[in-house]
Design a protein around this ligand. Structure first.
Ligand SMILES: Cc1ncc(COP(=O)(O)O)c(C=O)c1O
Length: 390
């Protein structure tokens, strides 16, 4: 009798059920009364008429799809315009746009390293950086979270090319990387610094120019930044920013650039529309950061445990995975959408509610959100210990 090749999946599913870790898809409705603190639309631009209009116009002008990989037919004038404006805004010599931030990270890590290179990677880096390290065939040393000294030590012990990779703002707790210290350590050793600014672009730095700008590292010859166009810019896609020779190298060597269909024109157009809006209204970035701090201040004043946010991610600790899930469900019933992080997404095993501050929230909406989160909190959540940096 032949064996069913997928029987093992049932055993995995059973283990997930037993651990309360089953993930399910919950389709969003176009019109919803839910107050959204779960998405990553930090500046509230995903449905801004100037942004959706720019996306729709691009779709009508250039077509629904980009029709090919970037090196064949997938580069339109729109892509080139977007790259030039992103580079100029963030203060880098050049930029290259990808179909996603994930693809941008895979490209940057794999094309800038290889066998013989040492990659030094923060233990809390995003999955896409981790996968880039795995694909690169370089030696990867994972170091403690935000530990510049550990980075120095790893670089000290290596003789040869090296790249230090770090999120600028970490996805789970919203804390920032010590970019100035990392850059100093890199320079001492002639290593490159690769920063994933997915949560910093549009939020940190003057007018949202990003974490590298804020740290005085924008345009540095030894710094490369990646970002997504899907969070503060409210669209979809990814970008790598850096010295022109690095970008030219990626065009020639990065597999997720060469073998992937170019970003859809609607996404490129919407991202460009959002970028222009942000340039015209730079106060949006500051407002988003202020909303995050307000959420943090009010939730911690009510006794909940959270880490002080450095950008727009506000994490609130839950006593257990089950209680985090119930808490998020209760918030939803009360009209508030929040994220819920549980193992294995959080390697430290600590479950959290994950709130994303949005610059377009009114004071009334912030007050409502805090009221719901505090009212629905599990009984012992106030005693569930500190989050890193709290
Ligand atoms: C830190 C970080 N890097 C990269 C990505 C991937 O970006 P994208 O969703 O555009 O693929 C994300 C999340 O989506 C992220 O949070």
């Amino acid at each position: 009798m032949s064996r069913d090749p997928f029987d093992w999946i049932d055993a995995h599913a059973e283990r997930r059920r037993e651990a309360g870790l089953v993930r399910t898809l919950r389709p969003r409705q176009a019109e919803s009364t839910l107050l959204d603190l779960a998405g990553n639309d930090y500046l509230g631009l995903a449905r801004h008429p100037q942004v959706t209009g720019a996306g729709a116009d691009a779709c009508l002008l250039w077509g629904a799809g980009s029709t090919g990989s970037r090196l064949v037919t997938g580069t339109t004038e729109l892509h080139t315009e977007l790259e030039a404006e992103l580079a100029e805004f963030c203060g880098f010599e050049a930029a290259l746009v990808f179909a996603s931030g994930y693809a941008a990270n895979l490209a940057a890590v794999t094309a800038l390293t290889g066998p013989g290179t040492l990659i030094v990677s923060d233990t809390s880096n995003h999955a896409s950086l981790i996968d880039g390290c795995r694909l690169s065939r370089a030696d990867t040393e994972v170091v403690a979270h935000r530990d510049t000294e550990a980075v120095r030590k790893a670089l000290d012990a290596h003789d040869g090319p090296a790249v230090v990779v770090s999120d600028s703002v970490f996805s789970v707790d919203g804390d920032a990387a010590p970019l100035t210290g990392l850059a100093a350590a890199c320079r001492q050793h002639g290593a490159a610094l690769l920063v994933d600014d997915a949560h910093g672009l549009g939020v940190l730095g003057e007018g949202g120019r990003g974490a590298a700008w804020a740290a005085g590292l924008a345009g540095a010859p030894d710094v490369v930044v990646t970002a997504t166009l899907s969070k503060s810019l409210g669209s979809q896609g990814g970008v790598v920013l850096g010295p022109a020779r690095v970008i030219e190298h990626l065009v020639n060597a990065a597999r997720t650039f060469i073998f992937d269909t170019g970003l859809a024109p609607a996404a490129a157009g919407a991202a460009l529309g959002a970028l222009r809006l942000l340039r015209a209204e730079p106060e949006r970035a500051e407002r988003a950061r202020a909303v995050a701090l307000q959420l943090y201040d009010r939730l911690t004043a009510a006794g909940l445990r959270s880490a002080r946010p450095d950008a727009c991610v506000v994490a609130v600790r839950a006593p257990s995975a089950g209680e985090a899930l119930q808490w998020a469900a209760d918030c939803r019933t009360a009209g508030l959408a929040v994220g819920c992080f549980r193992p294995p997404s959080v390697p430290d095993g600590i479950s959290r509610l994950r709130l994303t501050a949005r610059g377009d929230l009114t004071d009334q909406q912030i007050a409502e959100a805090v009221e719901v989160i505090v009212r629905t909190a599990p009984r012992d959540s106030a005693r569930s210990g500190e989050l890193a940096g709290a």
